[in-house]
Design a protein around this ligand. Structure first.
Ligand code: FA5
Ligand code: MG
Length: 462
Protein backbone atom coordinates (compact mmCIF):
# COMPACT_ATOMS: atom_id res chain seq x y z
CA UNK A 1 0.00 0.00 0.00
CA UNK A 2 0.97 3.63 -0.36
CA UNK A 3 1.99 5.44 2.79
CA UNK A 4 -0.93 7.45 4.02
CA UNK A 5 0.54 10.04 6.32
CA UNK A 6 -2.80 11.59 7.16
CA UNK A 7 -3.82 8.73 9.44
CA UNK A 8 -1.10 9.87 11.79
CA UNK A 9 -1.60 11.84 14.99
CA UNK A 10 1.42 13.63 16.46
CA UNK A 11 3.35 11.53 18.97
CA UNK A 12 3.43 14.36 21.47
CA UNK A 13 1.17 17.31 20.93
CA UNK A 14 2.80 20.68 20.57
CA UNK A 15 0.90 21.85 23.66
CA UNK A 16 2.47 19.04 25.65
CA UNK A 17 5.99 19.96 24.57
CA UNK A 18 5.34 23.61 25.33
CA UNK A 19 4.02 22.63 28.75
CA UNK A 20 7.06 20.52 29.50
CA UNK A 21 9.34 23.38 28.52
CA UNK A 22 7.56 25.89 30.71
CA UNK A 23 7.62 23.58 33.72
CA UNK A 24 11.33 23.01 33.30
CA UNK A 25 11.97 26.71 32.89
CA UNK A 26 14.22 28.04 30.16
CA UNK A 27 13.87 24.92 28.08
CA UNK A 28 15.63 22.71 30.63
CA UNK A 29 13.18 19.87 30.15
CA UNK A 30 13.47 20.18 26.42
CA UNK A 31 17.15 19.58 26.85
CA UNK A 32 16.32 16.56 28.95
CA UNK A 33 13.94 15.28 26.30
CA UNK A 34 16.68 15.89 23.75
CA UNK A 35 19.25 14.04 25.82
CA UNK A 36 17.06 11.04 26.31
CA UNK A 37 16.23 10.77 22.59
CA UNK A 38 19.90 11.06 21.72
CA UNK A 39 20.64 8.34 24.23
CA UNK A 40 17.94 6.20 22.67
CA UNK A 41 19.40 6.87 19.27
CA UNK A 42 22.82 5.79 20.44
CA UNK A 43 21.36 2.66 21.95
CA UNK A 44 19.71 1.80 18.67
CA UNK A 45 22.97 2.42 16.82
CA UNK A 46 24.78 -0.06 19.01
CA UNK A 47 22.22 -2.80 18.31
CA UNK A 48 23.75 -5.64 16.38
CA UNK A 49 22.51 -4.91 12.88
CA UNK A 50 23.30 -8.39 11.66
CA UNK A 51 21.02 -9.89 14.30
CA UNK A 52 17.67 -11.12 13.03
CA UNK A 53 14.44 -11.60 14.92
CA UNK A 54 10.73 -11.98 14.34
CA UNK A 55 10.72 -8.53 12.68
CA UNK A 56 13.25 -9.39 9.98
CA UNK A 57 11.66 -9.28 6.52
CA UNK A 58 14.40 -8.00 4.23
CA UNK A 59 14.76 -10.28 1.21
CA UNK A 60 17.93 -11.18 -0.76
CA UNK A 61 16.68 -9.14 -3.75
CA UNK A 62 16.37 -6.02 -1.63
CA UNK A 63 19.69 -6.70 0.10
CA UNK A 64 21.29 -6.77 -3.37
CA UNK A 65 19.69 -3.45 -4.29
CA UNK A 66 21.24 -1.80 -1.23
CA UNK A 67 24.63 -2.52 -2.79
CA UNK A 68 23.92 -1.10 -6.26
CA UNK A 69 24.73 2.54 -5.35
CA UNK A 70 23.29 4.01 -8.56
CA UNK A 71 24.20 7.54 -7.45
CA UNK A 72 27.89 6.72 -7.57
CA UNK A 73 27.72 6.29 -11.36
CA UNK A 74 28.34 9.82 -12.71
CA UNK A 75 26.57 9.07 -16.03
CA UNK A 76 23.40 7.69 -14.47
CA UNK A 77 20.38 9.94 -15.10
CA UNK A 78 19.57 9.91 -11.37
CA UNK A 79 23.05 11.24 -10.59
CA UNK A 80 22.75 13.92 -13.27
CA UNK A 81 19.41 15.01 -11.87
CA UNK A 82 20.72 14.99 -8.30
CA UNK A 83 23.57 17.27 -9.34
CA UNK A 84 21.24 19.56 -11.27
CA UNK A 85 19.00 19.95 -8.22
CA UNK A 86 22.01 20.45 -5.93
CA UNK A 87 23.29 23.18 -8.27
CA UNK A 88 20.12 25.25 -7.78
CA UNK A 89 20.93 25.76 -4.10
CA UNK A 90 23.71 28.15 -3.00
CA UNK A 91 26.62 26.08 -1.74
CA UNK A 92 27.47 28.36 1.17
CA UNK A 93 23.89 28.01 2.44
CA UNK A 94 23.17 24.27 1.94
CA UNK A 95 25.45 21.42 3.03
CA UNK A 96 25.27 18.39 0.70
CA UNK A 97 25.21 14.83 2.02
CA UNK A 98 25.59 11.68 -0.08
CA UNK A 99 25.98 7.98 0.60
CA UNK A 100 24.49 7.92 4.07
CA UNK A 101 23.96 4.33 5.22
CA UNK A 102 20.43 3.12 4.36
CA UNK A 103 20.30 1.07 7.58
CA UNK A 104 18.86 3.39 10.20
CA UNK A 105 17.29 3.00 13.61
CA UNK A 106 13.55 2.81 14.12
CA UNK A 107 14.00 5.97 16.17
CA UNK A 108 15.54 7.86 13.24
CA UNK A 109 13.02 6.67 10.66
CA UNK A 110 9.88 7.07 12.78
CA UNK A 111 10.02 8.30 16.41
CA UNK A 112 12.26 11.31 15.80
CA UNK A 113 9.71 12.48 13.21
CA UNK A 114 6.64 12.32 15.41
CA UNK A 115 5.33 9.16 13.73
CA UNK A 116 3.04 7.36 16.17
CA UNK A 117 3.86 3.83 17.38
CA UNK A 118 0.70 2.51 15.72
CA UNK A 119 1.14 4.28 12.37
CA UNK A 120 0.66 2.01 9.33
CA UNK A 121 3.96 3.02 7.77
CA UNK A 122 5.76 1.13 10.56
CA UNK A 123 4.09 -2.18 9.80
CA UNK A 124 6.03 -5.12 8.43
CA UNK A 125 3.83 -5.05 5.36
CA UNK A 126 5.18 -1.59 4.41
CA UNK A 127 8.73 -1.42 5.76
CA UNK A 128 11.81 -3.62 5.43
CA UNK A 129 13.07 -4.49 8.89
CA UNK A 130 16.59 -5.80 9.51
CA UNK A 131 15.39 -6.51 13.03
CA UNK A 132 13.20 -4.92 15.68
CA UNK A 133 15.52 -1.92 16.04
CA UNK A 134 16.76 -1.33 12.50
CA UNK A 135 15.04 -0.69 9.19
CA UNK A 136 16.04 0.19 5.67
CA UNK A 137 15.12 3.88 5.67
CA UNK A 138 11.72 4.42 4.04
CA UNK A 139 12.47 8.09 3.40
CA UNK A 140 15.40 10.48 3.57
CA UNK A 141 13.56 12.26 6.40
CA UNK A 142 15.21 9.65 8.61
CA UNK A 143 18.24 11.99 8.56
CA UNK A 144 16.36 15.23 9.30
CA UNK A 145 16.97 15.50 13.03
CA UNK A 146 20.66 14.70 12.70
CA UNK A 147 20.99 17.19 9.82
CA UNK A 148 19.25 19.99 11.68
CA UNK A 149 21.51 19.18 14.62
CA UNK A 150 24.99 18.98 13.10
CA UNK A 151 25.41 20.88 9.84
CA UNK A 152 27.15 24.25 10.08
CA UNK A 153 25.01 25.84 7.34
CA UNK A 154 21.34 26.84 7.77
CA UNK A 155 20.37 24.47 4.99
CA UNK A 156 21.10 20.89 3.93
CA UNK A 157 20.43 18.57 1.00
CA UNK A 158 20.54 14.79 1.16
CA UNK A 159 20.25 12.38 -1.76
CA UNK A 160 19.87 8.69 -1.02
CA UNK A 161 18.28 5.35 -1.82
CA UNK A 162 15.13 4.49 0.17
CA UNK A 163 13.15 1.25 0.46
CA UNK A 164 9.46 0.45 0.78
CA UNK A 165 7.43 -2.69 0.45
CA UNK A 166 5.17 -1.29 -2.21
CA UNK A 167 3.07 -2.24 -5.19
CA UNK A 168 4.69 -3.03 -8.52
CA UNK A 169 3.80 -0.77 -11.42
CA UNK A 170 5.28 1.75 -13.83
CA UNK A 171 5.97 4.41 -11.22
CA UNK A 172 6.48 2.33 -8.06
CA UNK A 173 9.47 0.20 -7.19
CA UNK A 174 10.57 -1.21 -3.79
CA UNK A 175 13.77 0.80 -3.96
CA UNK A 176 13.92 4.35 -5.18
CA UNK A 177 15.75 7.59 -4.47
CA UNK A 178 14.77 10.67 -2.58
CA UNK A 179 16.22 14.03 -1.94
CA UNK A 180 15.60 15.78 1.34
CA UNK A 181 16.10 19.47 1.89
CA UNK A 182 15.89 21.54 5.03
CA UNK A 183 16.41 25.20 5.94
CA UNK A 184 16.22 26.95 9.30
CA UNK A 185 16.39 30.41 10.86
CA UNK A 186 17.29 31.29 14.40
CA UNK A 187 15.78 34.25 16.25
CA UNK A 188 19.31 34.96 17.50
CA UNK A 189 20.25 38.57 16.84
CA UNK A 190 16.64 39.64 16.35
CA UNK A 191 14.63 41.39 19.03
CA UNK A 192 11.09 40.89 17.73
CA UNK A 193 8.94 38.64 15.58
CA UNK A 194 8.96 41.43 13.02
CA UNK A 195 12.74 41.31 12.76
CA UNK A 196 12.76 37.53 12.41
CA UNK A 197 10.16 37.78 9.64
CA UNK A 198 12.21 40.50 7.92
CA UNK A 199 15.27 38.24 8.05
CA UNK A 200 13.37 35.37 6.42
CA UNK A 201 11.73 37.65 3.84
CA UNK A 202 15.13 39.06 2.89
CA UNK A 203 16.31 35.53 2.09
CA UNK A 204 13.14 34.85 0.09
CA UNK A 205 13.75 37.99 -1.97
CA UNK A 206 17.09 36.55 -3.09
CA UNK A 207 15.49 33.48 -4.75
CA UNK A 208 15.17 33.86 -8.53
CA UNK A 209 11.52 33.80 -9.64
CA UNK A 210 10.42 30.80 -11.69
CA UNK A 211 9.36 31.26 -15.27
CA UNK A 212 6.66 28.60 -15.25
CA UNK A 213 3.03 28.82 -14.32
CA UNK A 214 2.04 27.20 -11.07
CA UNK A 215 -1.50 26.96 -9.72
CA UNK A 216 -1.75 27.59 -5.98
CA UNK A 217 -5.24 27.62 -4.48
CA UNK A 218 -4.09 26.68 -1.00
CA UNK A 219 -4.53 28.86 2.08
CA UNK A 220 -1.50 29.84 4.20
CA UNK A 221 -3.00 27.64 6.94
CA UNK A 222 -6.44 26.58 8.17
CA UNK A 223 -7.99 24.15 10.64
CA UNK A 224 -7.28 21.15 8.40
CA UNK A 225 -3.69 22.22 7.76
CA UNK A 226 -2.85 24.24 10.84
CA UNK A 227 0.00 26.48 11.80
CA UNK A 228 1.80 25.43 14.96
CA UNK A 229 0.87 26.85 18.34
CA UNK A 230 4.46 27.77 19.04
CA UNK A 231 4.70 29.94 15.90
CA UNK A 232 3.31 33.42 15.32
CA UNK A 233 1.27 33.42 12.08
CA UNK A 234 3.66 35.86 10.34
CA UNK A 235 6.58 33.49 10.94
CA UNK A 236 4.66 30.52 9.55
CA UNK A 237 3.78 32.53 6.45
CA UNK A 238 7.34 33.82 5.96
CA UNK A 239 8.79 30.30 6.21
CA UNK A 240 6.12 29.01 3.81
CA UNK A 241 6.90 31.70 1.25
CA UNK A 242 10.58 30.85 1.34
CA UNK A 243 9.78 27.14 0.96
CA UNK A 244 7.36 27.53 -1.95
CA UNK A 245 9.54 30.05 -3.83
CA UNK A 246 12.51 27.71 -3.40
CA UNK A 247 10.74 24.65 -4.81
CA UNK A 248 9.09 26.65 -7.60
CA UNK A 249 12.51 28.00 -8.59
CA UNK A 250 13.97 24.47 -8.64
CA UNK A 251 11.13 22.98 -10.68
CA UNK A 252 10.97 26.01 -12.95
CA UNK A 253 14.67 25.89 -13.76
CA UNK A 254 14.70 22.14 -14.26
CA UNK A 255 11.67 21.93 -16.53
CA UNK A 256 12.21 25.14 -18.45
CA UNK A 257 14.52 23.37 -20.87
CA UNK A 258 12.49 20.22 -21.24
CA UNK A 259 12.37 18.98 -24.81
CA UNK A 260 14.48 21.89 -26.10
CA UNK A 261 16.13 20.89 -29.34
CA UNK A 262 14.02 17.75 -29.56
CA UNK A 263 11.29 18.27 -32.18
CA UNK A 264 9.49 15.06 -31.17
CA UNK A 265 9.08 16.20 -27.55
CA UNK A 266 5.59 17.23 -26.49
CA UNK A 267 4.92 20.94 -26.73
CA UNK A 268 2.22 20.94 -24.05
CA UNK A 269 2.96 23.48 -21.34
CA UNK A 270 3.89 21.86 -18.07
CA UNK A 271 1.10 22.02 -15.48
CA UNK A 272 2.09 22.25 -11.84
CA UNK A 273 -0.02 22.79 -8.74
CA UNK A 274 0.18 22.99 -4.95
CA UNK A 275 -2.22 20.99 -2.80
CA UNK A 276 -2.64 20.54 0.96
CA UNK A 277 -0.97 17.50 2.52
CA UNK A 278 -0.30 15.97 5.92
CA UNK A 279 2.99 14.80 7.38
CA UNK A 280 3.67 14.16 11.08
CA UNK A 281 6.90 16.18 10.89
CA UNK A 282 5.58 19.34 9.19
CA UNK A 283 2.61 21.64 9.69
CA UNK A 284 1.22 23.14 7.59
CA UNK A 285 2.16 20.70 4.81
CA UNK A 286 1.88 20.62 1.01
CA UNK A 287 2.54 18.58 -2.05
CA UNK A 288 3.59 19.84 -5.43
CA UNK A 289 2.17 17.85 -8.32
CA UNK A 290 2.89 17.77 -12.03
CA UNK A 291 0.46 16.68 -14.76
CA UNK A 292 2.19 13.93 -16.71
CA UNK A 293 0.82 11.40 -19.20
CA UNK A 294 -2.77 12.03 -18.17
CA UNK A 295 -2.43 11.99 -14.40
CA UNK A 296 -1.32 14.18 -11.52
CA UNK A 297 1.99 12.83 -10.29
CA UNK A 298 3.14 13.76 -6.83
CA UNK A 299 6.64 15.21 -6.81
CA UNK A 300 7.48 17.07 -3.61
CA UNK A 301 6.10 16.61 -0.11
CA UNK A 302 6.98 19.50 2.17
CA UNK A 303 5.99 21.84 4.94
CA UNK A 304 6.91 23.99 7.90
CA UNK A 305 9.05 21.83 10.18
CA UNK A 306 7.36 20.69 13.39
CA UNK A 307 8.97 22.41 16.35
CA UNK A 308 9.24 19.00 17.93
CA UNK A 309 11.76 18.03 15.27
CA UNK A 310 13.88 21.06 16.22
CA UNK A 311 13.48 20.03 19.88
CA UNK A 312 14.88 16.62 18.99
CA UNK A 313 17.73 18.32 17.14
CA UNK A 314 18.60 20.33 20.26
CA UNK A 315 17.61 23.68 18.72
CA UNK A 316 14.08 24.35 20.00
CA UNK A 317 14.33 28.06 19.17
CA UNK A 318 14.71 27.55 15.41
CA UNK A 319 12.01 27.70 12.76
CA UNK A 320 12.28 26.31 9.25
CA UNK A 321 11.06 24.03 6.51
CA UNK A 322 11.75 20.62 4.97
CA UNK A 323 10.92 18.91 1.71
CA UNK A 324 11.27 15.43 0.23
CA UNK A 325 11.16 14.54 -3.45
CA UNK A 326 11.18 11.27 -5.36
CA UNK A 327 14.12 11.61 -7.75
CA UNK A 328 12.88 8.93 -10.18
CA UNK A 329 9.56 10.73 -10.57
CA UNK A 330 11.27 13.89 -11.77
CA UNK A 331 13.79 11.95 -13.86
CA UNK A 332 11.02 10.06 -15.66
CA UNK A 333 9.52 13.35 -16.79
CA UNK A 334 12.82 15.04 -17.53
CA UNK A 335 14.52 12.20 -19.44
CA UNK A 336 11.30 10.69 -20.83
CA UNK A 337 11.96 7.37 -19.07
CA UNK A 338 8.69 5.42 -19.23
CA UNK A 339 9.24 2.74 -16.59
CA UNK A 340 10.84 3.06 -13.15
CA UNK A 341 12.50 -0.37 -13.49
CA UNK A 342 14.75 1.03 -16.21
CA UNK A 343 16.78 3.00 -13.66
CA UNK A 344 18.05 -0.32 -12.30
CA UNK A 345 18.80 -1.76 -15.73
CA UNK A 346 22.32 -2.97 -16.39
CA UNK A 347 21.61 -3.16 -20.11
CA UNK A 348 24.17 -1.06 -22.04
CA UNK A 349 21.37 0.03 -24.40
CA UNK A 350 20.00 1.94 -21.40
CA UNK A 351 23.19 3.02 -19.65
CA UNK A 352 25.05 4.09 -22.79
CA UNK A 353 22.37 6.61 -23.71
CA UNK A 354 23.45 8.87 -20.85
CA UNK A 355 26.50 10.98 -20.12
CA UNK A 356 27.49 12.92 -16.98
CA UNK A 357 25.63 16.21 -16.67
CA UNK A 358 23.61 15.80 -19.87
CA UNK A 359 19.80 15.77 -20.02
CA UNK A 360 18.63 13.98 -23.15
CA UNK A 361 15.41 12.23 -24.09
CA UNK A 362 15.58 8.47 -23.64
CA UNK A 363 15.05 6.48 -26.85
CA UNK A 364 13.05 3.41 -26.07
CA UNK A 365 14.69 0.29 -27.38
CA UNK A 366 12.23 -2.18 -28.79
CA UNK A 367 9.49 -3.02 -26.36
CA UNK A 368 9.22 -6.73 -25.93
CA UNK A 369 5.84 -8.41 -25.63
CA UNK A 370 4.52 -9.30 -22.18
CA UNK A 371 2.59 -12.34 -21.04
CA UNK A 372 0.26 -12.44 -18.09
CA UNK A 373 -0.51 -15.33 -15.78
CA UNK A 374 -3.19 -15.54 -13.12
CA UNK A 375 -2.63 -16.92 -9.65
CA UNK A 376 -5.84 -17.97 -7.94
CA UNK A 377 -5.87 -19.58 -4.54
CA UNK A 378 -7.92 -20.34 -1.44
CA UNK A 379 -6.57 -18.84 1.74
CA UNK A 380 -6.00 -21.17 4.68
CA UNK A 381 -9.25 -21.83 6.62
CA UNK A 382 -10.07 -19.05 9.01
CA UNK A 383 -7.85 -16.51 7.21
CA UNK A 384 -9.60 -13.36 6.02
CA UNK A 385 -8.43 -11.67 2.79
CA UNK A 386 -7.16 -8.77 4.91
CA UNK A 387 -4.62 -11.06 6.55
CA UNK A 388 -2.99 -11.69 3.20
CA UNK A 389 -1.31 -8.48 2.16
CA UNK A 390 -0.68 -7.58 -1.51
CA UNK A 391 2.91 -6.79 -0.54
CA UNK A 392 3.41 -10.38 0.64
CA UNK A 393 2.78 -11.55 -2.89
CA UNK A 394 4.87 -8.68 -4.31
CA UNK A 395 7.93 -9.88 -2.41
CA UNK A 396 7.46 -13.49 -3.52
CA UNK A 397 7.08 -12.40 -7.13
CA UNK A 398 10.16 -10.20 -6.89
CA UNK A 399 12.25 -12.93 -5.30
CA UNK A 400 11.35 -15.36 -8.08
CA UNK A 401 11.11 -13.14 -11.14
CA UNK A 402 13.01 -9.96 -10.25
CA UNK A 403 12.62 -7.25 -12.87
CA UNK A 404 10.86 -9.58 -15.30
CA UNK A 405 7.61 -8.48 -13.68
CA UNK A 406 6.01 -5.33 -14.96
CA UNK A 407 2.83 -5.31 -12.94
CA UNK A 408 0.93 -7.25 -10.29
CA UNK A 409 -2.74 -6.62 -9.61
CA UNK A 410 -5.53 -8.18 -7.60
CA UNK A 411 -8.27 -9.05 -10.08
CA UNK A 412 -10.71 -11.08 -8.02
CA UNK A 413 -11.64 -11.69 -4.40
CA UNK A 414 -14.60 -13.67 -3.10
CA UNK A 415 -15.92 -15.73 -0.19
CA UNK A 416 -17.42 -19.13 -0.92
CA UNK A 417 -21.10 -18.94 0.18
CA UNK A 418 -21.12 -22.43 1.74
CA UNK A 419 -17.61 -23.12 3.02
CA UNK A 420 -16.92 -19.43 3.84
CA UNK A 421 -13.40 -19.89 2.52
CA UNK A 422 -11.79 -16.88 0.89
CA UNK A 423 -10.33 -16.86 -2.59
CA UNK A 424 -7.96 -14.34 -4.17
CA UNK A 425 -6.78 -14.03 -7.73
CA UNK A 426 -3.80 -11.95 -8.83
CA UNK A 427 -2.67 -11.24 -12.37
CA UNK A 428 1.06 -10.98 -12.92
CA UNK A 429 2.36 -9.39 -16.10
CA UNK A 430 5.77 -10.76 -17.07
CA UNK A 431 7.74 -8.58 -19.41
CA UNK A 432 11.43 -8.03 -19.90
CA UNK A 433 12.86 -4.71 -20.95
CA UNK A 434 15.75 -6.51 -22.57
CA UNK A 435 14.43 -9.47 -24.55
CA UNK A 436 11.41 -11.58 -25.43
CA UNK A 437 10.60 -14.10 -22.73
CA UNK A 438 9.72 -17.57 -23.97
CA UNK A 439 6.88 -19.67 -22.67
CA UNK A 440 9.11 -22.24 -21.02
CA UNK A 441 10.84 -19.72 -18.83
CA UNK A 442 7.55 -18.08 -17.86
CA UNK A 443 6.23 -21.51 -16.92
CA UNK A 444 9.19 -22.02 -14.62
CA UNK A 445 8.65 -18.62 -13.00
CA UNK A 446 4.97 -19.42 -12.61
CA UNK A 447 5.70 -22.78 -10.98
CA UNK A 448 8.18 -21.22 -8.59
CA UNK A 449 5.76 -18.49 -7.55
CA UNK A 450 3.04 -21.09 -6.97
CA UNK A 451 5.43 -23.23 -4.94
CA UNK A 452 6.52 -20.26 -2.82
CA UNK A 453 2.91 -19.26 -2.17
CA UNK A 454 2.13 -22.76 -0.94
CA UNK A 455 5.15 -22.92 1.35
CA UNK A 456 4.99 -19.40 2.80
CA UNK A 457 1.23 -18.95 3.13
CA UNK A 458 -0.19 -22.48 3.12
CA UNK A 459 -2.67 -21.49 0.42
CA UNK A 460 -4.50 -23.98 -1.74
CA UNK A 461 -3.93 -23.18 -5.39
CA UNK A 462 -6.91 -23.35 -7.67
C1 FA5 B 1 7.80 11.29 2.29
O1 FA5 B 1 8.52 10.32 2.11
C2 FA5 B 1 8.19 12.43 3.20
N1 FA5 B 1 9.36 12.02 3.93
C3 FA5 B 1 8.44 13.70 2.37
C4 FA5 B 1 8.64 14.92 3.19
C5 FA5 B 1 9.90 15.33 3.58
C6 FA5 B 1 7.54 15.68 3.60
C7 FA5 B 1 10.09 16.46 4.36
C8 FA5 B 1 7.69 16.80 4.40
C9 FA5 B 1 9.00 17.19 4.77
P1 FA5 B 1 6.01 10.47 0.56
O2 FA5 B 1 5.79 9.15 1.18
O3 FA5 B 1 4.82 11.14 0.00
O4 FA5 B 1 6.61 11.48 1.64
O5 FA5 B 1 7.13 10.33 -0.56
C10 FA5 B 1 7.80 11.46 -1.13
C11 FA5 B 1 8.00 11.30 -2.62
O6 FA5 B 1 8.67 10.06 -2.92
C12 FA5 B 1 6.69 11.19 -3.38
O7 FA5 B 1 6.20 12.48 -3.63
C13 FA5 B 1 7.12 10.45 -4.64
O8 FA5 B 1 7.70 11.35 -5.55
C14 FA5 B 1 8.20 9.52 -4.14
N2 FA5 B 1 7.74 8.12 -3.96
C15 FA5 B 1 6.97 7.61 -2.97
N3 FA5 B 1 6.82 6.26 -3.10
C16 FA5 B 1 7.51 5.89 -4.22
C17 FA5 B 1 7.78 4.62 -4.89
N4 FA5 B 1 7.34 3.44 -4.42
N5 FA5 B 1 8.53 4.65 -6.01
C18 FA5 B 1 9.02 5.82 -6.48
N6 FA5 B 1 8.83 7.02 -5.90
C19 FA5 B 1 8.09 7.08 -4.77
MG1 MG C 1 2.92 11.06 -0.58
Amino acid sequence: MRVNWSSCRPLVSIQEVTKVRRVGGNGASTRQLFKSTLARNEEARREDISGTDEWTNITPTIERLTNRKLLSNPAHPLTTLRDIIFSKFPEQEYTRANFLNPRVSVYENFDSLNITPDHVSRSKTDTYYLNKHKVLRTHTSAHQVESFRVYPTPGFLIAADVYRRDEIDRSHYPAFHQMEGGRWWSPEGTTSVKELVAKIDADTAKIPTSGIQIVDDTLPFHAGNPKQDRQPPEVCIAVTNHLKRTLEMVVGEIFQDIGKGDPSATKEPLQIRWIDATFPFTSPSWEMEVYWQGEWLELFGCGVTQQRVFDQAGHPERVGWAFGVGIERVAMVLFGIPDIRLFWSEDPRFLEQFAPGVVNTFKQFSRYPGTSRDFAFWLKDGTSPDQFHDNDLMDIVREVAGDLVENVSLIDKFTHPKTKRNSLCYRVLFQSMERTLNNDEINVLQDNIRESLKIKFAVELR
